[in-house]
Design a protein around this ligand. Structure first.
Ligand SMILES: Cc1cc2nc3c(=O)[nH]c(=O)nc-3n(C[C@H](O)[C@H](O)[C@H](O)COP(=O)(O)O)c2cc1C
Length: 255
């Protein structure tokens, strides 16, 4: 049984909810799934105040006391995660953006390796594809294995053709998501992801132990490892990795 959680950035049970319901129906055709809907509007999440305490000292020192950890537990206890949002003025809804801001420390200290991620954007006419890219980038930087999501038009009244298109798009992304869920080997990082890892660790290595990021990387063994998780790299990526380490150290010297 796989546990899937959909985090929803719309306060209504309308288009975004319907798109997720479609996704859930499709997904359940492939295997045993326990599917949970998390409407962000039903949780208390204050706006980030920008104190950076979560980055520097650790997330437990955040001065805001609200439902952040309830949501974190839901992320942690899922095998697969979906971020679903309507397009609001060419971006995710403010609720969803606030959810990301409150978890921005996880971008420094990613932890969702081995979990699969996808995104769904609903919109009237325009702008959603860039939002989808943004959400996929969020998923990757949080450590998830990302499968291609979907951006669907829900402009009302929807005719039969539009309904069909929506169903097709959702079916495709649910199939890819399921394949991601059952895959047995972790994905090999692309050159770009390898570069991000090696360069961020170089910059974190130039900090001292009083910074929580440094402590976290040290504890995880990331200052010595090839990547965030155990993976064997082909020689050309090994060499590229050494080059990225060097580049990261050089850039650190110019600070
Ligand atoms: C405040 C607001 C801003 C919106 N901005 C856009 C937009 O920039 N582009 C677009 O195509 N649709 C836009 N829409 C339309 C919604 O993205 C679309 O209706 C969506 O499917 C609504 O999802 P929901 O039914 O789950 O609330 C906007 C809707 C609202 C309420």
């Amino acid at each position: 049984m796989k546990k899937i959680t959909a985090f929803i950035g719309s306060a209504r049970r309308k288009s975004t909810f319907q798109a997720i319901q479609e996704f859930e129906r499709d997904l359940k055709q492939y295997g045993e799934i326990d599917f949970e809907y998390v409407f962000l509007s039903e949780y208390r999440l204050e706006f980030c105040q920008g104190c950076k305490v979560c980055f520097d000292k650790g997330e437990e020192f955040c001065p805001l006391k609200d439902d952040r950890n309830v949501l974190l537990e839901k992320l942690e206890h899922s095998d697969g995660v979906i971020f679903a949002t309507p397009n609001y003025a060419f971006q995710v809804s403010a609720r969803m953006k606030n959810f990301f801001d409150r978890f921005a420390y996880l971008l420094h200290r990613p932890r969702f390796f081995g979990k699969t991620f996808t995104a769904i954007v609903t919109q009237g006419i325009y702008g959603g594809n860039n939002i989808l890219k943004y959400l996929e980038k969020m998923g990757e930087n949080l450590g998830f294995h990302v499968t291609a999501g979907s951006c669907v038009s829900t402009l009302e009244p929807m005719n039969e053709q539009q309904q069909k298109k929506l169903k097709q798009k959702i079916r495709k992304s649910s199939e890819k998501f399921y394949k991601g869920l059952v895959r047995s080997t972790p994905p090999v990082p692309t050159f770009f992801r390898l570069m991000l890892f090696r360069m961020s660790r170089s910059s974190i290595q130039s900090l001292d132990e009083s910074y929580f990021d440094y402590f976290y990387y040290k504890e995880k063994g990331w200052f010595e490892s090839a990547y965030y998780y155990d993976i064997s790299l082909r020689p050309v990526k090994e060499i590229a990795g050494c080059f990225f380490d060097l580049l990261g150290r050089k850039m650190g010297q110019h600070k």
